[in-house]
Design a protein around this ligand. Structure first.
Ligand code: AQP
Length: 333
């Protein structure tokens, strides 16, 4: 809380081109909080370096992610949009919270287990303490709600535990945040292996639909999506591929599973896949058009980064100073 106003915080890593998983699970929902909450939406570049990044790509994607935030409807006048590394308080609070987070807790994080298997040659300490930096991101703003996909729920729960532990030692320091997981689209699956989450860092391009894929590519990727040997469009156990496509269709059309089943009764998977591709391409077309305009104005994006960082830093510094004071750090002005 900031006075009477509730706070919303979330972030996206510029670790690859953003997918429809990032869009449906997170970014699309961000703007629904803008009226009722004070919102902070961050491009979390410090998180991205927990796996190796090519510096030029990271730089370019940082601009692109900010432009996509705006193209997806986040008005910079109503939301604080900024880049994590521009607000040093994130890293500073993260160090402090590291000292209030247990090794065992971090060892249980499923994302750490997955990513340390995937990047076995680079199991660095940052990959391990990633959730502590995420707790710092959230707690710095006295956040009430964190809109995320379900894969990030465990990390938000850890942030809650850290906040509660800290508050027990030093009462009334942090607001304890709640994850806000969308009903529909909380976990969009890979089109190549529908038992796996769709991830922007997946090497298989056919597994992913990017927000910026052109219409033909989107339709082709959905046509190739792995399904099953059945022919009926029905949401059922064991039909992971079709369930995923129905979820995506439902997210874009707001139709229920029963409505979708009725719509495609007597039609085959081919017709259904084409329809999923078309609604997805239609929904993304205006986002892509707006994105192109925004990205062409690099100076405009930089001005936005600067303004966002100044706004965010103002609130972040207040919490950091409060924490430092409670801990016994000497404050000289
Ligand atoms: N497949 C998904 N379905 C629904 N939500 C998703 N999110 C990610 N993938 C899906 C949500 O997108 C937000 C931003 O994610 P992130 O950039 O912080 O990293 P992530 O969760 O690790 O996403 P990726 O795409 O899998 O990135 P990489 O490949 O770099 O690890 C979060 O709210 C997330 O829940």
């Amino acid at each position: 809380m900031l006075g009477e106003q509730k706070i919303c915080f979330s972030g996206v890593q510029p670790s690859g081109n953003l997918t429809i998983g990032n869009y449906l699970g997170a970014i699309r929902n961000f703007s629904t909080f803008s009226d009722a909450y004070k919102c902070f939406y961050c491009v979390v570049d410090e998180h991205a370096i927990t796996v190796r990044q090519v510096p030029a790509d990271l730089r370019r994607r940082t601009y692109e992610t900010l432009a996509l935030y705006m193209a997806c409807g986040l008005d910079p006048e109503k939301n604080t949009l900024y880049v994590q590394s521009h607000v040093p308080a994130h890293a500073e609070l993260s160090w402090i919270l590291n000292c209030y987070t247990m090794f065992g807790e971090l060892s249980r994080m499923t994302q750490f287990k997955d990513k340390s298997t995937k990047h076995a040659d680079n199991v660095n300490a940052g990959l391990f303490t990633y959730p502590v930096l995420m707790a710092a991101d959230i707690l710095l703003y006295q956040t009430d709600v964190v809109p995320v996909g379900i894969d990030q729920k465990q990390h938000v729960e850890l942030a809650r535990n850290i906040a509660e532990r800290f508050n027990q030692l030093f009462p009334d320091t942090f607001t304890v945040p709640e994850p806000m997981i969308p009903q529909n689209g909380k976990k969009i699956m890979s089109l190549a292996d529908p038992t796996k989450k769709m991830s922007k860092s997946d090497e298989n391009q056919n597994a992913i639909v990017y927000i910026l894929d052109d219409r033909d590519t989107i339709i082709r990727k959905f046509r190739r999506a792995v399904t099953d040997s059945d022919t009926v469009v029905r949401f059922a156990e064991g039909k992971d591929g079709i369930n995923n496509l129905m979820t995506i269709y439902s997210c874009f059309t707001e139709k229920s599973m029963e409505e979708i089943e009725r719509e495609f009764a007597g039609k085959g998977y081919g017709d259904f896949k084409l329809a999923v591709g078309e609604v997805c391409a239609d929904a993304l077309a205006p986002v892509q058009a707006r994105y192109k305009e925004l990205l062409a104005d690099k100076a405009g994006l930089e001005a936005q980064m600067k303004k966002g960082a100044e706004e965010a830093a103002y609130y972040a510094r207040k919490t950091l100073a409060k924490v430092q004071k409670k801990l016994g750090f000497v404050q000289v002005r």
